[in-house]
Ligand binder design. Structure first.
Ligand code: PMM
Length: 290
């Protein structure tokens, strides 16, 4: 097992600030239907205020998305996604917030970067839109490559693995190669196991348990466990019991944040920032006491 810890384990992303601990990425979903907070910030003013509140609570960067990727979701059209995302990115960037844009569309990524986003977070890792990799390469901003096997409408049917850690690692390595071949600088890449995307609860848990294998790919790792189904399953206790609703999974999310930070994650992506901001600070203090 890779036991390297601290800044050396987390790695550095050229083009973004450097934090002395696992960073906290706060989520603002400008959508009527995201699975855990859909509809709550579905207007520009409310969404910008939400982003600023997340920063006040300890977020280091804010991820703005205009398309729901919950299981079964159908796609939003590009004009609507632009209309949702760009003003919120502009509003937050103009306040000095480090903004990432959560999109699978090159046109949205380009417009968001022009509006001040400094990171493109594509849950498809560049697979959904052939224009994405060249567009990001042109802008020169960093890029999140997430493990993805297909659109949300039918991703659960792709949650079939014989060794999830080995397969996700190999598929991510292939995406990293493609992205680098496409012109995005390796030092600007972040990788992400894509918890909940074409994965069942046991797959998500195995990936959290084996973050060191993902880190061994040599790039900073983003972990986005916030409120996801696998946490609902853990909290339910048994397969028959009903999981608690998404908004009652924040304490469990903070627990994953502490574990991920301790295991050398570069950042954690969460809806409710305060507890995770504490968790990553505790992880840093424990690391310093080693
Ligand atoms: N999950 C969601 C949205 N964006 N981005 C990255 N990099 N990784 C993820 O796992 C991820 C993501 C879906 O969750 P949400 O509806 O709770 O925002």
């Amino acid at each position: 097992m890779n036991t390297m810890r601290g800044a050396a384990a987390r790695g550095r992303v050229v083009g973004l600030p450097e934090w002395d601990r696992c960073a906290v990425m706060g989520v603002v979903n400008v959508t009527p239907d995201s699975f855990s907070d859909g509809g709550r910030w579905f207007d520009t003013t409310a969404a910008v205020k939400r982003g600023l509140d997340l920063v006040a609570q300890g977020a280091d960067l804010v991820d703005v998305g205009g398309e729901s990727t919950r299981p079964g979701a159908t796609r939003v059209d590009a004009d609507e996604e632009l209309r949702r995302v760009v003003p919120v990115v502009r509003g937050l960037a103009s306040e000095g917030v480090t903004v990432s844009v959560d999109t699978m569309r090159a046109a949205v990524a380009e417009r968001a970067v022009a509006a001040g986003a400094t990171l493109v977070n594509d849950v498809s890792g560049g697979l959904a839109d052939p224009g994405m990799i060249p567009a990001v390469a042109d802008t020169g901003v960093p890029f999140v490559v997430m493990h993805w096997r297909g659109f949300s409408a039918d991703m659960n049917s792709r949650a079939v693995y014989s060794d999830v850690v080995a397969e996700v690692t190999a598929e991510l390595r292939a995406r990293m190669d493609a992205v680098i071949d496409g012109g995005i600088a390796p030092e600007r890449l972040v990788i992400d196991p894509g918890l909940g995307f074409a994965k069942q609860a046991e797959h998500d848990l195995a990936l959290v348990a084996h973050l060191a294998e993902l880190r061994a790919l040599g790039r900073p790792v983003l972990v986005a466990a916030s409120r996801k189904r696998f946490l609902g399953r853990i909290l339910a206790g048994t397969a028959e019991a009903a999981p608690p609703p998404a908004r009652e999974r924040d304490a469990a999310t903070a627990a994953v944040s502490a574990i991920a930070a301790h295991e050398g994650a570069w950042a954690v992506r969460v809806h409710e920032v305060r507890a995770t901001a504490d968790a990553v600070r505790v992880a840093r203090a424990v690391e310093a006491a080693r």
